[in-house]
Design a protein around this ligand. Structure first.
Ligand code: EPZ
Length: 427
């Protein structure tokens, strides 16, 4: 039986604001690219994954791989995964619970073992998070799925076969699960209305490096010709576009100038104009993969921010950007179109003196000039990043609890911010 974690175990940041950030930061590898790649690593004899971020979510994925008999070893920022004897085809409940995105292991487990048994993933901080699209895509590929007392029992009576799949919504996880399973299916799979996030192209690059035959056309449809097996491969994970936006938000919230290194500026095309709208000077240099921002002392508000599937503005950047708008001159409007329940951070920002009204999918943020410190909590990963952004620009010491959420997705955020001149103490 589990036990309650103490406040200390969940971690606390003490952030002393306001600060002025200065200098350069190298952006980490993308968590949301690395996670499906680790699932796909189950299908290759050996994978060498460079720029793999060191995060608690990645540790949870490595634990699932170990459970399946793989060896996972770190060498600096590179993770080596070597496949061993498969020790079962069930993902135990405690590993499923550790990380919501463990559902992305389903397609790989089925393709590897021909069957799988997983507990139904429950809701999470972002709302109900159903998996119907994952399951219907896998069914189209020949998977039989039965409810087995709260577990899903998946079998493939006639083997995996290619299919024409049209997703009702471009779900990132359902696209990844279908792509991974279809790699080893007999025949061709077409995946229409697939997600077009850069993490999808990165998963395709990893699988193709291992001998898969995946082509993504200009409209974002994914074409997969099944192969008998995958071989060993080496891959470098794309930079994390949401981490990059978070640092841009930290600069915008503190009137700072920063340079980000190792960024893929094309992945930020929907985000950068918003920083310009706020009055920041943004300079991109594609050739050396750098991005510089110089923010004014007080930013202007944003007319309208609508979260959309890629190439639209990412839902994952909504919370940190809202934290910036809390101090802006004027009124900003947010419309959250991806998740039902992704404004929990708003209640925490109110504790710091923000003026935010939420109604359904819409949040109206009136800029208040300066936030004051308070005891706040991370409500989820990006909500946690929002609290840090807000605290950096607030007057005095903010105490942020539940930072284990932040550690799921940001590599040493406290140390990186301190290196740029902030005062963030972890307790
Ligand atoms: C991925 O989640 C990311 N996670 C999320 O990152 C991100 O917010 C999200 O994509 C959207 O960009 C990983 O990549 C590990 P979806 P995923 O399937 O795959 C509904 C972060 O902070 N839906 O595209 O779960 C769903 O409820 C996070 O790093 C169904 O209804 O997202 C949601 O409303 C959190 N049925 C919408 O679709 C399904 O079967 C988009 O979900 C699947 C999804």
């Amino acid at each position: 039986m589990g036990r309650w974690r103490t406040e200390q175990e969940n971690g606390i940041y003490l952030v002393e604001g306001p600060c002025r950030l200065q200098g350069e930061i190298r952006v980490q590898g993308a968590k949301n690219a690395a996670l499906p790649i680790l699932a796909a690593a189950l299908l290759t004899p050996e994978s060498v994954i460079h720029r793999c971020p060191r995060l608690s979510d990645i540790d949870a994925a490595a634990d699932i791989l170990r459970h399946f008999g793989c060896r996972c070893e770190w060498d600096g920022g590179t993770l080596h995964v070597t496949r061993g004897e498969m020790t079962g085809c069930e993902i135990p409940e405690h590993l499923m619970r550790e990380m919501r995105s463990s559902i992305v292991f389903l397609g790989a487990a089925i393709a590897r073992c021909g069957s799988a048994r997983i507990s139904m993933p429950g809701g999470c901080e972002l709302g109900p998070r159903p998996i119907d699209m994952h399951l219907s895509a896998l069914r189209r590929l020949g998977v039989r799925i039965e409810d087995d007392d709260g577990f899903l029992r998946c079998t493939v009576p006639g083997g995996l076969h290619g299919a024409r799949i049209a997703l009702p919504f471009p779900s990132v996880g359902a696209t990844e699960n279908a792509m991974i399973a279809a790699c080893l299916a007999e025949g061709e799979t077409e995946l229409h209305n697939a997600a077009r996030e850069p993490e999808i192209a990165d998963l395709a690059a990893f699988l193709n490096a291992a001998g898969a035959r995946i082509h993504i056309d200009a409209a974002g449809s994914v074409f997969i010709r099944g192969v008998r097996e995958l071989h060993a491969c080496e891959h470098t994970v794309i930079p994390d576009r949401i981490v990059a936006v978070t640092y841009l938000c930290a600069a915008a919230a503190t009137g700072s100038s920063l340079t980000l290194r190792g960024v893929e500026t094309d992945h930020l095309a929907a985000c950068l104009p918003l920083f310009e709208e706020m009055g920041c000077a943004v300079q991109q240099n594609r050739r050396d993969a750098t991005l510089s921002i110089a923010a004014p002392q007080t930013v202007s508000s944003l007319h309208m921010v609508r979260t959309m599937p890629y190439p639209g503005f990412p839902t994952d950047a909504q919370a940190p950007l809202m934290a910036v708008c809390c101090r802006a001159k004027g009124t900003s409007i947010f419309v959250e179109n991806i998740f039902e329940n992704r404004y929990k951070h708003a209640a925490e920002l109110l504790r710091m003196g923000a003026d935010i009204k939420v109604e359904g999918r819409v949040a109206v943020v009136e800029g208040v000039g300066r936030l004051h410190p308070a005891r706040v909590e991370c409500t989820d990963l990006r909500g946690g990043a929002a609290m840090v952004v807000a605290a950096l620009g607030a007057q005095g010491e903010t105490r942020i609890g539940q930072i284990r959420h932040i550690e799921r997705g940001y590599e040493a955020l406290d140390e990186c911010l301190c290196a740029l001149g902030a005062s963030v103490k972890k307790q």
